[in-house]
Ligand binder design. Structure first.
Ligand code: SAH
Length: 492
């Protein structure tokens, strides 16, 4: 297993100072299941390459397997790719041989350690697990130019297809410490199996090595899940700590750990569907209940159809973020006169919420304690009683296609529940019966043939502004479900 690091930052031989390994010597260190050698294939003023070669002792590896890791007994202990493919073992070797460099410490060249320098990192065999695209998704957001070559399984038998390995070359201008920390985390992420049991201290190791880049990485959830071998409790703890690292402006406090690399896309699609449903309802005054960071409020303001746009949330912190995001200071007077942001708790009756044509309740109900949900229903459908209410919530069935979930099996640690399509429909139906609305359902976002859409959306329409006992009852009113584009369970 080999990793090389090359720089052309002059004098390039300063790489020896940064790595704390002298370019003139070959040095060897004991590593788990083998020996790590550091040497410099070239060391000139103009270009210098350091190599880490990890020589695996297959016998030691098999002994370790027999001692500790019971999953790997049998032939697999002897016949495997561990000696050749870059893996978590390389990461461990990097972490021990270059520990000081990874911390960014260099007493001989302190400014250089803090400077982004031109780097080329090469790894001859990185496991792809059949998805070489992942290598790009992992390294490109960090500023690397990523070149991968997937070798055929056997050059003489092209029919056998590709090997599950890629030759990897990363080119970029980064601090050496950052580059090493990224490799330390991402090589095991690409690797199929960690060779040691994941212990709780792995969470600390991940966060230390991921400091400054992991929290905002688009593949943060996948990286965390794979690095921690999908141990749900550790993953949740790591994601929680990472969420706390993200600067406030960037994310809603309650949506920080929302799932998926395509999180931004999913949220955009959801907002577009909600705006569309609100527009179709003919509403001019709209209140966004639980507006969070104000993305939907901003979208509504941008549409002149909506002459009055209000966002309410129980969280002052969210409201402040919303105010900044919308740029309230910079709005024209006419824009500003259309907008209201205020604090309100949806589990209490609020007269300020009376009289709106429509309300949005987007990814909010699942944050409310089931015991408090009836209070919210009463405040929204019984008291505020807008003509239209657009509700979205995750479709729990779709979670089956997710790689990471919280220990409770949800998309977010603050979710108190997540509903299947049937459960959402049942909830909606009892609202219709109790508060005299009709409802239709739509799916939003990626739709799985079996598990349905990522997000479920319901549009409730008020039947009478007030319950009028004298009014003739429409036939079948107590079912109160329209089947417009009804998803499963909606009409049952
Ligand atoms: N609608 C936004 C935010 C969803 S996160 C979006 O789609 O991005 C859920 C939001 O509901 C949070 O901002 C949270 O503060 C708010 N919330 C939760 N319980 C609430 C309650 N009882 N009253 C008002 N807001 C509440």
């Amino acid at each position: 297993m080999l990793v090389t690091v090359t720089t052309t930052h002059r004098p390039a031989t300063d790489l020896g100072f940064l790595l704390h390994k002298h370019p003139d010597r070959v040095q060897s260190f004991p590593a788990p299941a083998g020996t790590a050698h550091v040497f410099y294939p070239q060391a000139q003023e103009s270009v210098c390459t350091a190599a880490l070669l990890l020589e695996i002792d297959p016998i030691a590896l098999a002994r370790r397997a027999a001692r500790g890791d019971r999953r790997d007994l049998g032939l697999g202990s002897y016949v495997n790719d561990r000696p050749y493919a870059a893996s978590s073992m390389v990461a461990v070797a990097l972490g021990s041989v270059f520990a000081t460099a990874m911390r960014g410490r260099c007493d001989a060249r302190p400014e250089l350690a803090d400077t982004a320098i031109p780097l080329v990192i090469e790894v001859p065999a990185v496991p792809t697990r059949g998805d070489a695209g992942l290598i790009h998704r992992l390294f490109e957001p960090l500023g690397w130019q990523v070149d991968t070559v997937v070798e055929p399984l056997d050059a003489e038998f092209p029919g056998w297809g590709d090997s599950p390995y890629a030759r990897l070359r990363l080119t970029g201008t980064l601090r050496l410490a950052d580059a090493l920390n990224q490799l330390y985390v991402l090589l095991p992420v690409l690797d199929a199996g960690k060779h040691y049991w994941v212990a709780e201290q792995e969470v600390d190791k991940l966060l230390r090595a991921g400091a400054g880049w992991l929290a905002a990485h688009p593949e943060r959830d996948l990286i965390t899940a794979r690095y921690l071998a999908h141990r749900g409790d550790y993953v949740a703890s790591a994601l929680g700590r990472l969420a706390a690292e993200v600067p406030e402006e960037n994310v809603a406090p309650d949506t920080v750990a929302e799932q998926r690399p395509a999180r931004g896309t999913a949220a955009r699609e959801r907002r577009a569907a909600v705006v569309e449903a609100l527009r179709a309802s003919g509403a001019s005054s709209v209140v966004d209940l639980g507006c969070g960071n104000g993305e939907l409020v901003a979208d509504l303001l941008a549409d002149p159809t909506f002459t009055e746009v209000t966002g309410v949330d129980v969280s002052m912190r969210s409201l402040r973020i919303a105010e900044k995001r919308i740029g309230v200071e910079r709005l024209s007077d006419s824009q500003r006169s259309r907008l209201t942001l205020r604090q309100s708790a949806l589990t209490y009756l609020d007269d300020e919420l009376l009289g709106y044509d429509a309300a949005a309740l987007v990814e909010v109900v699942e944050h409310v304690d089931p015991a408090r949900l009836p209070a919210l229903e009463r405040a929204v459908f019984g008291h505020a009683r807008p003509g239209t209410v657009v509700v979205t919530t995750p479709n729990r069935e779709h979670n089956a296609s997710f790689e990471t979930l919280t220990p409770a099996g949800f998309r977010h640690t603050d979710h108190r529940f997540e509903w299947t399509r049937g459960e959402f429909a049942a909830w909606a139906r009892q609202i219709c019966r109790r508060y005299r609305y009709r409802v239709r359902f739509e799916g939003v976002g990626a739709t799985h043939p079996e598990f349905g859409p990522l997000t479920q959306l319901a549009v409730f329409n008020r039947q009478e502004s007030e319950v009028d006992p004298a009014a003739p009852r429409a036939a079948g009113q107590d079912t109160a479900v329209d089947h417009a584009s009804a998803s499963e369970g909606a009409g049952a």
